[in-house]
Design a binder for this molecule. Sequence first.
Ligand code: HEM
Length: 199
Amino acid sequence: MTALSQNPEIPGYNFGAPEVAQSPLSSEDLLHLEQTLGWTLADEQLLRKHAALFEAQAEHMVDSWRAIIGAQPHLAHWFVGPDGQPDDEYKARVKSRFVRWVVDVATRPHDRAWLNYQEEIGLRHTPAKKNKTDSRHTPPVVPLRYLWAFVPVVTEVRSFFESAISDSAELTALERAWTKAVHLHVVLWTRPYTSEGLW
Ligand code: HEM
């Protein structure tokens, strides 16, 4: 484990730990996906160049996305406990991992530990692992259609960086790089939802 992955103050965030799921993808599978969505070294470098901005904005970004989930009962539903009330402890624990994810997207190399953690995050949206990390009793699956449908919400990030980056072309390139990165992550998370051989 790297120093970056040891983060005891984030409950359930176990990037790089042996108990994390193993991705069945080969490095070649990953490369083909990256090529398909046009991921380049320039995208990786641009996200990393602005890592400090992502760090500074991550909580705002997650709060804004969570507000959209909270405003739609059919989405908020996946954070509701057996008593019909929002499970605030679950929401808080998941939020801290979500904030960390934003920084990870901007900074982590796409190596085997990263690939394995994407398998893990996918599983954590499905009955195999949802609720397990935090020992909760909310509904067992975030349906795939909502995971997918939420992508445009998470990719519109220009407004978070406008005050810090005045060069409009740089802003556009940064949003484009982030958009590709989010797509790559969510595509990887869809794998545990599909039947063997169909993904
Ligand atoms: C683009 C779409 C989405 C992104 C980028 C995203 C991102 C994440 C991240 C980073 C985590 C924490 C992973 C970890 O444990 O380290 C997470 C967990 C979770 N997400 Fe999502 N998510 C998306 C869509 C959704 C939607 C639409 C819902 C339902 C309203 C949802 C509900 C949840 C829940 C309930 C958890 C906690 C799962 C558990 O460990 O029990 N997510 N998500």
